[in-house]
Design a protein around this ligand. Structure first.
Ligand code: ATP
Ligand code: MG
Length: 462
């Protein structure tokens, strides 16, 4: 190992802050094995196998990105990424299970057992080639020009994401002072912040996501252009935005991320309906979303499943309430609810995609909020049988936890679920006998046309 390090030590200039970190001829800092805490046993065997196989075939290959960053922080990496000088086609030739994905950035997915390792080819500087098409806003439309380890580091997003780990001598290679930022818990974008956000506005979301997830502070130059440039997110495809939004909320730090999104005024672009309602002072709505984020983080920590339908149901709820109130004077509550739901969905789809497999259950969760107060006759039993009952019940509890006064509806449904047939019958009778039976059965008369024959109480912040 020492021999290799000495070979790399061409200028002889050692980094003054670390006695044993070495500066290489191309300006990188090399942190030898005994100066960092990455241990091979914490690296996925699949990633190690892929790196070794690439090296055996004569290519250079490194572990990079979140895997290296998280290991250095003593965290458990979510996945492992590999960077190599092998071209996508060459990687594909080496691994039977490899699949080239992506257009803008070609990435190779190599499957090993149940794991998928992302293998990327070293990126080059865009100035050096015309194959980096840019839009008028400075967005990179293609970025498939290849380069060296150094240029690859410069093309990555944040300094702490640009650390490479080599299996050759187990050192960490740092071109961007990422180690220093890691120590200071600072998230710093590489290069000129505005240019980098313009190239790919998703980096704005990534900045907030990593700051929240790692508990890092955003370095001032990194955070400064965010408010001004966040409108560029509208240029990103709705499908990619949906994927990125999910990452914002499914990474275990949804609460902190959502707070940062509000702080940097990102809801206005990503969730315009929510933004409008919250800015109009809908505190219950803000509480509901916060409750949802807290629950989501808890469930992820407990390794329970989380459905995007539920998160979107909460995120879009304040806009739904606002629309519903506006439309209620003009039509029956049932019609107003349906129309409001549709309007909110249509507006949202102009920002992020929401695949049907999430839209349908989201609407069911909403619609069940209207059905939950109606319990007379066979209604409670029918609602209980609905495939989305459990999610809707959780949503109801969340509304109450957020401060909405619902006449003890949550407790009623909690008891109903554990009651036997006889008790259930009695519970329904008791609801019928409630003074006015209002929340239980008959909806309050509203202005406007006669209601259809239904005992549904209008859902929402009544
Ligand atoms: P995690 O996987 O924990 O969410 P990560 O840092 O590994 O975090 P990935 O999305 O897996 O994030 O990307 C892997 C690496 O690729 C990043 O660490 C970064 O170096 C680089 N990268 C990803 N997206 C971008 C981007 N939009 N611009 C520049 N570099 C990027
Ligand atoms: Mg990763």
């Amino acid at each position: 190992m020492l021999k290799r390090l000495l070979n790399l030590l061409t200028s002889g200039a050692k980094d003054s802050s670390k006695a044993s970190a070495i500066r290489t001829s191309d300006g990188a800092i090399l942190i030898p094995r005994d100066q960092h805490n990455i241990s091979r046993k914490n690296i996925s065997p699949a990633a190690i196998k892929i790196i070794k196989q690439l090296e055996d075939a004569g290519y250079a290959a490194y572990l990079v990105g979140g895997g290296v960053r998280d290991l250095l922080l003593g965290n458990h990496p979510k996945d492992f990424d590999v960077a190599t000088n092998a071209k996508p086609e060459e990687v594909k030739r080496l691994f039977r299970s490899a699949r080239i994905v992506g257009r803008r950035f070609q990435i190779v997915h190599v499957r090993m057992g149940r794991e998928i390792i992302e293998v990327t080819t070293f990126r080059g500087h865009h100035e050096e080639s015309s194959s980096h098409a840019r839009s008028e806003d400075g967005m990179l439309l293609r970025d498939n020009v290849y380069g060296t380890l150094e240029t690859d580091a410069m093309r990555r997003d944040f300094t702490v994401n640009a650390l490479y780990y080599t299996l050759k001598d187990f050192s960490v290679i740092d071109y961007c002072n990422g180690m220093e930022d890691l120590k200071n818990r600072t998230l710093r974008i590489i290069g000129d912040p505005a240019t980098r956000y313009k190239e790919d506005p998703v980096r704005i979301l990534r900045a907030l996501r990593f700051a929240a997830k790692l508990g890092f502070s955003l370095e001032p130059k990194t955070s400064k252009p965010i408010r001004e440039l966040s409108g560029l997110l509208l240029n990103v495809s709705d499908a990619r935005l949906f994927e990125e939004v999910l990452k914002l909320f499914l990474g275990g730090s949804a609460t902190a991320t959502f707070n940062l999104m509000r702080e940097y005024d990102l809801l206005t672009h990503l969730f315009p309906g929510t933004d409008k309602a919250l800015k109009a002072g809908d505190e219950l709505g803000a509480n509901l979303i916060e409750q949802c984020m807290i629950n989501t983080d808890k469930r992820i920590r407990a390794e329970k499943t989380v459905t995007p339908a539920f998160i979107y149901a909460a995120l879009l709820w304040p806009g739904l309430q606002q629309q519903f109130k506006q439309l209620s004077g003009q039509m029956t509550p049932t019609q107003a609810w349906a129309q409001a739901s549709q309007n909110v969905i249509n507006q949202q789809l102009t920002r992020t995609a929401v695949p049907k497999r999430f839209l349908i259950p989201m609407r069911e969760i909403w619609d069940l909020q209207q059905r939950l107060p109606s319990r007379l006759g066979m209604r409670a039993l029918r609602t209980l049988d609905h495939p989305r009952f459990r999610a809707a019940y959780d949503f109801l509890l969340m509304r109450e936890a957020a401060g909405e006064a619902l006449d003890g509806l949550g407790v009623w449904w909690t008891n109903y679920q554990s009651a036997n047939d006889e008790e259930r019958e009695q519970m329904v009778k008791d609801v019928g006998r409630q003074p006015g039976g209002k929340s239980a059965s008959k909806p309050r008369r509203r202005r406007g046309p006669r209601k259809p024959k239904t005992d549904a109480a209008p859902g929402g912040n009544e």
